[in-house]
Design a protein around this ligand. Structure first.
Ligand code: SF4
Length: 255
């Protein structure tokens, strides 16, 4: 079983690849609470994108599940194979004059630094989203992380910890992304262009527009209404204090 996908079949990966000029390989596992340790607090397992796109097809889901089982049941064997595939992909990219990049948590949240993987390949770039604030600020220079937001009260200590770093925070907005407004004291930027660009938005809110027909009706705590953001101060509708506090109500409630 091959672990890495190298043909950019995932739409977001393809978009990021086109925009960045990097050649991206990705790893898609099927998530569970063991490989997504922040999922219980963030309440994200149900609305997770695991069953979106190609994930609706049983063979795709089974393939991802087999990889998860491999990781959990034979970690050494899994890591040996992953490292070999990464090494081969890096060599191929270098041969073709391309820059290699890896997204290893396409639908999981494993701390790959604990396995030494980004450290092993300093010539490659690694990027991921995470729901574990303790992972922020501890990655090597070739590994960027975006913290992923949820309004679940039990998760707000993680959010508060993430806000103490300058890692970008990804927030999903219903309807439209209120670009230029503020949420959690940070300016919101358009995050729908490229995941690679998003990784470089230090200290910003990476605003993502909610997609999908069913998702639009969802009441998930993942989804933020644009009205929860505070318009930029120049609009005269928002005080400086509001700019700093918009979106913080949940954090305070959880303290
Ligand atoms: S942490 Fe990410 S991949 Fe894991 S269940 Fe939550 S949304 Fe899905």
């Amino acid at each position: 079983m091959k672990l890495l996908s190298t043909n950019a079949s995932n739409t977001k990966i393809r978009k990021s690849q086109e925009q960045s000029g990097l050649r991206i390989a990705s790893l898609s596992l099927y998530p569970n609470d063991r490989i997504c340790s922040g999922a219980k607090l963030a309440l994200c397992m149900k609305p997770c994108l695991k069953d979106a796109g190609f994930g609706i097809f049983p063979n795709v889901k089974d393939g991802r599940q087999s990889k998860t089982d491999f990781y959990l049941q034979d970690q050494k064997g899994f890591l040996d194979q992953l490292i070999k595939e990464i090494r081969n992909f890096v060599a191929l990219c270098i041969k073709n004059g391309e820059s290699p990049a890896f997204r290893l948590n396409t639908i999981s949240d494993i701390d790959w630094t604990k396995h030494g993987i980004p450290q092993m390949f300093p010539q490659a770039y690694f990027f991921d989203y995470t729901k574990v604030a303790a992972r922020l600020g501890r990655t090597p220079p070739n590994y960027d992380l975006i913290f992923s937001y949820s309004q679940n009260p039990a998760y707000q200590k993680q959010v508060a910890r993430a806000l103490q770093t300058n890692a970008p925070l990804a927030v999903v907005f219903r309807g439209h992304v209120p670009i230029g407004s503020y949420f959690l004291g940070r300016e919101i930027i358009d995050g729908d262009k490229s995941d690679i660009l998003n990784q470089k938005q230090k200290g910003k809110i990476v605003g993502l527009k909610l997609k999908g027909h069913e998702a639009k009706k969802s009441k998930s705590l993942f989804i933020v209404e644009p009205s929860q953001a505070c318009p930029a101060i120049s609009s005269n509708t928002c005080s400086e204090q509001d700019l700093a506090t918009a979106g913080r109500a949940f954090a305070i409630a959880a303290e």
